[in-house]
Design a protein around this ligand. Structure first.
Ligand SMILES: Cc1cc2nc3c(=O)[nH]c(=O)nc-3n(C[C@H](O)[C@H](O)[C@H](O)COP(=O)(O)O)c2cc1C
Length: 310
């Protein structure tokens, strides 16, 4: 059987060669992985969350391994949008793989300013709005846990950013589908989910939290079943494409997210375990589809059947 067609339409006119995307904050600015893994073998690269000015993030300790997961409170350290556009983007453009800029601000206007500067830059495929970082005390709360605040931010950015717009959702809510609908109403081209779950680790000797931020965001295999349920529910609640993530470590994990309705997937923490994880998962999806007789990944996406006995 010929190689299955892996191309997916992720909204806003953007088509990816395959559905595997490197997740923000776990793949640097992409360039760090050149020479380690084949950057042309994946669908897209999402870079570390960018802000108007360079940002140092939180002091160490800010990352900790947990059972089946990773707890981090990096605090959105980044070089700032200007250095990204001037120094990183020209090199990234040469790779030929779509580059997605993850970004954030302190208030809606700042989000919009960053979005506008990214839209003016040459060579980006999309912008992903990080309204779901659990480690930004300055926000007062996680933006994507509040429908009104989410609406304000997406509206402000949409008005100034002509690039395909992905809104990244927080799992730290009772009903993620209601926030997804807000993003869709305000003109998002896709929603991506999930960001990390708020967690806590404590030190018995010092009787203090381990991380300087206190809490952190949990990612990795430990969160996969919850993320999968949220992606499943969201894919049924909105018409725009859903980009799924949370604990994906191999091709079978990715195929599960696609089966429940994700149009594409992002791979995060797994790249710390195996820097070639994204490339390996893309190849594994092709093999998994071929083995099951599928000629096109779109014939697989969203075809979950009813539970046994129903
Ligand atoms: C160290 C680290 C840094 C992250 N930084 C960002 C970020 O800057 N922006 C963002 O939207 N998500 C960020 N994330 C969240 C991931 O992109 C992803 O949503 C989350 O880790 C769940 O996927 P995973 O289980 O495959 O890692 C970060 C995650 C980790 C572990």
């Amino acid at each position: 059987m010929a190689e299955p067609d892996l191309a997916v339409d992720v909204g806003g006119g953007l088509t990816l060669r395959n559905p595997v995307i490197a997740a923000s904050g776990t793949f640097g600015y992409g360039l760090e992985f050149a020479g380690v893994t084949d950057l042309t073998a994946i669908g897209a690269i999402v870079v570390k969350g960018l802000s108007l000015e360079p940002h140092r993030g939180h002091p160490a300790p800010r990352i900790l391994e947990t059972a089946g997961g990773l707890l981090n409170a990096i605090g959105l350290q980044n070089v700032g949008v200007r250095a990204f556009v001037e120094e990183k983007l020209p090199l990234l453009r040469e790779i030929g793989t779509p580059i997605v800029a993850n970004c954030w601000g302190h208030v809606p206007e700042e989000f919009a300013e960053v979005g506008a500067r990214l839209a003016d830059a040459d060579g980006l495929a999309a912008v992903e709005l990080n309204v779901s970082c659990p480690n930004k005390r300055e926000w007062g709360r996680i933006i994507a846990t509040d429908p009104d605040l989410t609406r304000q931010v997406v509206r402000a950015v949409r008005a100034r950013c002509r690039l395909p717009l992905w809104v990244k959702l927080s799992p730290n809510v009772t009903d993620i589908t209601s926030i997804a609908r807000v993003a869709e109403e305000e003109g998002a081209d896709a929603v991506s989910l999930v960001n990390t779950f708020v967690g806590l680790a404590v030190d018995l000797e010092t009787r203090r939290p381990v991380l300087t931020n206190g809490t952190g965001g949990l990612s990795g295999p430990a969160i996969k079943p919850i993320a999968l349920r949220m992606v499943h529910d969201t894919a049924r609640a909105v018409k725009i494409p859903v980009i799924g993530m949370g604990g994906i470590g191999d091709a079978d994990d990715a195929l599960e997210f696609l089966l429940v309705g994700a149009r594409a997937v992002q791979v995060g923490t797994a790249s710390f375990v195996d820097p070639r994880a994204t490339e390996r998962i893309a190849a594994g999806i092709a093999a998994g589809l071929r083995r099951r007789g599928y000629a096109d990944v779109n014939q697989w996406i969203g075809t979950l059947r009813a539970p046994p006995g129903r």
